[in-house]
Design a protein around this ligand. Structure first.
Ligand code: SME
Length: 163
């Protein structure tokens, strides 16, 4: 019985989350329309996601040579540079796919910028056929990200950042 109720609660929570993304996407698209400066776009996307969902840390890392370098973000100070293939961000870059980490302590090589981070999602941004940046979101709640976040964040980044 408890399991059944929990499943129901999770389903409702997921629906609410999807609804929040559904409302947010056109707002962010309107806010970004006509803007071509990536730093400006990253700054407002970070702020919009943080304001909407209260995530612990939201921000971008940009590819520079063989490293990711921190870009606009909202939250506590974070590590400046991440090597190709390292941590969750470097893995998403190297593998060119969104990485969802339900429990950061279980992810081999996870780079802990804060002891409060419990789960994480990293979405690669594509331009000219290669990954040029990643969106990184940390939650202080375990298991906070799923396929809904992956799909909606990919859509949002695809909408905002010109390829
Ligand atoms: N946890 C990330 C590092 C960046 S911070 O979370 C802001 C990683 O493992 O790549």
């Amino acid at each position: 019985m408890t399991e059944y109720i929990m499943a129901e609660v999770l389903q409702i929570a997921d629906g609410l989350k999807a609804e929040k993304y559904r409302v947010l996407l056109p707002q962010v698209a309107a806010l970004s329309a006509g803007e071509t400066d990536d730093v400006a776009l990253m700054a407002n996307v970070s702020a919009a996601l943080r304001e909407t969902f209260g995530f612990f840390w939201v921000g971008f890392y940009r590819v520079q040579a063989d490293e990711l370098v921190v870009g606009p973000f909202q939250g506590a100070p974070a590590c400046m540079r991440i090597r190709y293939g390292k941590g969750v961000c470097g893995t998403a870059w190297a593998e060119g796919r969104t990485v969802v980490v339900p429990d950061v302590s279980e992810f081999p090589g996870h780079i802990a910028c804060s002891p409060f981070s419990r789960s994480e999602i990293v979405v690669p941004l594509w331009r000219d056929g290669r990954v040029w940046a990643v969106l990184d979101i940390d939650s202080d709640r375990p298991d906070n990200f799923d396929e809904t976040d992956a799909r909606c964040l990919e859509d949002l980044c695809g909408e905002v950042f010109p390829r």
